[in-house]
Design a binder for this molecule. Structure first.
Ligand code: NAI
Ligand code: MG
Length: 426
């Protein structure tokens, strides 16, 4: 069924693209990537479940057959964000579904039409009535009520830290008569950093940093929001980087070529503008682009002289706003990266093998990217997810993800019997 759903999405690719552009404000290339990721989730989890479906021998001993198998957890709820309205929603729904659970799909209120379209696709691909339910609505009412319900045995959540922590807490309360402990798969925000080393190749680092910070108006959990530049290269880098930002196309996402479209809604716009005002108080505005005034647009904005204790260096800003910090040494840069409450994505541009090796050992983030941009994880190739206040350490699109929605069972059978009863006549 998942493979059929993937085929259906590919067949309806242009229509889905249009929906993603119109409902979520995604630029073309981002919309198409969202669809590819949804397709990949379906195909990858189908392959993984085929493997998991076979009992595994735990130990070979004479006289006893010892295996481990998996069994579904029950009924669960998938609660998704609006920023990957097809891919993340699909991943959160099809993983527990293919593992044999019943799933209640709760899309983000901002992208309900895309959620409904995914529901149609899954039904058309053969998901039986009753195994999957579509329950749109506002998170605080519908989402919260579903999480609280005592018949729910798991919650697959991706979204903000505030909501994630609430769900984590609520799911930990057991009510009398509740059948099982609620499992929570919880993926939250980030405050992602990229280090530019003194010997970095700036011709590569500048476009990579630019796209990581401002692609889809910075509305990715993986987006770059703290750019940490080493002392010797700082002035050259910042000058070239800011100049390059002036060339970012801002405007209507329905136009091909737009990189920065609007942010998702008026609430988001207001919140981001508030954080920009805060940034102006604590740091120095180095660049602010221009943007249309008729819509929820935020111009790409860059602050320099940002210090690690500034609000704009600590809080997730889900928009096209970048803080640039200066570090004297690589040690200091590493400390800055790890000083965050979040641990989602991070990266380093360097030409020193020693620095690259150190980064692998010392930069504590869920997804580390070396000499490349820090967004755009691909299913299976880059299992995605963070820890600390970014999540529980589960990896979407990674091996082992489906195990979150299953209980392991061990079976031991004495096979030293002296004969079997004859098979029953049918
Ligand atoms: P959000 O937390 O506002 O909403 C996420 C979902 O939770 C929505 O479906 C919403 O309706 C629901 N919800 C809201 N309040 C609820 C409650 N009290 N109980 C149950 N459900 C509730 O997040 P938003 O604005 O949709 O997405 C942006 C956030 O998601 C950012 O913080 C971003 O970093 C994070 N995110 C994390 C990812 C990751 O893989 N770690 C990937 C994509 C986004
Ligand atoms: Mg929200």
């Amino acid at each position: 069924m998942l493979e059929r759903a993937a085929d259906l999405m590919e067949a309806r690719r242009f229509e889905l693209n249009a929906l993603l552009i119109l409902e979520a404000g995604k630029p073309w290339v981002e919309a198409d990537g969202d669809i590819s990721e949804a397709v990949d989730f379906c195909r990858f989890y189908a392959i993984e479940m085929r493997k998991l479906g076979k009992p595994v021998v735990t130990q070979s001993v004479p006289g006893e057959r010892c295996v481990q198998t998996w069994t579904p957890r029950g009924v669960g709820v998938a609660i998704a964000p609006w920023n990957f309205p097809l891919a993340i929603l699909a991943g959160l729904v099809v993983a527990p579904l293919v593992a044999g659970n019943c799933v209640i799909m709760k899309p983000a209120e901002q992208t309900t039409v895309i959620g409904a379209t995914l529901m149609d696709i899954l039904l058309e691909s053969g998901v039986p009535a009753g195994a999957l339910h579509f329950v749109p609505g506002f998170g605080e009412d519908v989402g919260a009520a579903l999480v609280r319900n005592t018949n729910i045995s798991f919650v697959a959540f991706t979204g903000s830290r505030n909501v994630g922590l609430k769900i984590w807490e609520e799911a930990g309360c057991t009510a009398p008569g509740q059948g099982s402990l609620k499992k929570v798969v919880c993926e939250m925000g980030g405050k992602n950093a990229l280090i530019i080393d003194n010997d970095a190749d700036l011709d590569e680092a500048i476009p990579a940093a630019l796209y990581s910070a401002f692609g889809f108006a910075g509305q990715k959990c993986s987006a770059l929001s703290r750019l940490i530049v080493l002392d010797e290269v700082y002035d050259t880098f910042v000058e070239r980087f800011v100049a390059a930002c002036g060339a970012i196309p801002v405007g209507d996402p329905a136009k091909p070529g737009t990189v920065v479209g609007p942010v998702i809604d008026a609430d988001a716009q207001k919140k981001i503008l508030g954080l920009i005002a805060q940034g102006k108080k604590e740091a120095k505005l180095a660049f602010q682009g221009s943007a249309p005034t008729d819509g929820y647009f935020i111009p790409p904005t860059i602050f320099v002289n940002v210090k690690p204790d500034h609000v704009i260096a600590r809080e997730e800003i889900f928009g096209p706003v970048l803080a640039i910090l200066r570090a004297k040494t690589l040690d200091e840069a590493f400390t800055l990266v790890n000083g965050s409450e979040y641990a989602l994505t991070g990266g380093l541009f360097s030409r020193s093998p020693k620095a690259l090796e150190r980064a692998q050992n010392e930069l504590l983030v869920g997804n580390l990217y070396l000499n490349r941009g820090i967004t755009g994880a691909i299913v299976e190739r880059h299992p995605f997810g963070g820890f600390k206040m970014s999540g529980g350490g589960t990896k979407a699109g990674g091996k082992g993800y489906l195990e979150n929605f299953l209980f392991p069972r061990a079976i031991a059978e004495n096979v030293m019997r002296r004969g079997f009863t004859p098979p029953e006549e049918s």
